[in-house]
Design a protein around this ligand. Structure first.
Ligand SMILES: [Zn+2]
Length: 137
């Protein structure tokens, strides 16, 4: 696969309907929750929004959004000058969006890609958050 093809795929994958997001959507749907996707009128265009609960869910890829302490967030050894500022921008943008959402009275749940494999744990977490129990970081 050449460089151009690879970046095209990476961009496409990154944008919308990424698999991790689908896992969360399917689960929420099965749990009977109603939600909206990619609300552009909200800061950071949250991946999933539950208007009735005023909850925004961001499903973050560990690499793109630099999951702290996660091995999937390791930086590539080459082209660091390219990756570092790019990923730093993502992290900064995430923080700003979250702050803006909170300021508007939304509650924000960040789910990391690597946390989605255990569906039971994920279901419990979603239930707890949607019922208004605080997340313990
Ligand atoms: Zn991770």
């Amino acid at each position: 696969m050449d460089q151009e093809t690879r970046s095209r795929i990476m961009r496409a994958v990154r944008k919308k309907d990424t698999k991790p997001e689908l896992i969360v959507r399917r689960l929420l749907h099965a749990m009977g929750y109603r939600f909206r996707l990619h609300r552009r009128d909200l800061p950071g265009t949250p991946d999933i929004v539950l208007p009735r609960h005023k909850v925004a869910i961001q499903v973050h890829g560990c690499f793109w959004h630099q999951h702290p302490g996660c091995r999937h967030a390791n930086l590539p050894r080459s082209r660091t000058a390219y990756w570092l500022p790019k990923l730093a921008r993502n992290v900064e943008r995430d923080a700003q969006s979250e702050e803006a959402l909170l300021a508007l009275g939304w509650r924000v749940l960040v789910l990391w890609e690597c946390e989605l494999r255990d569906v039971d744990a994920l279901r419990e977490r979603l239930t707890a958050f949607l019922l208004g129990r605080q997340e313990i970081a």
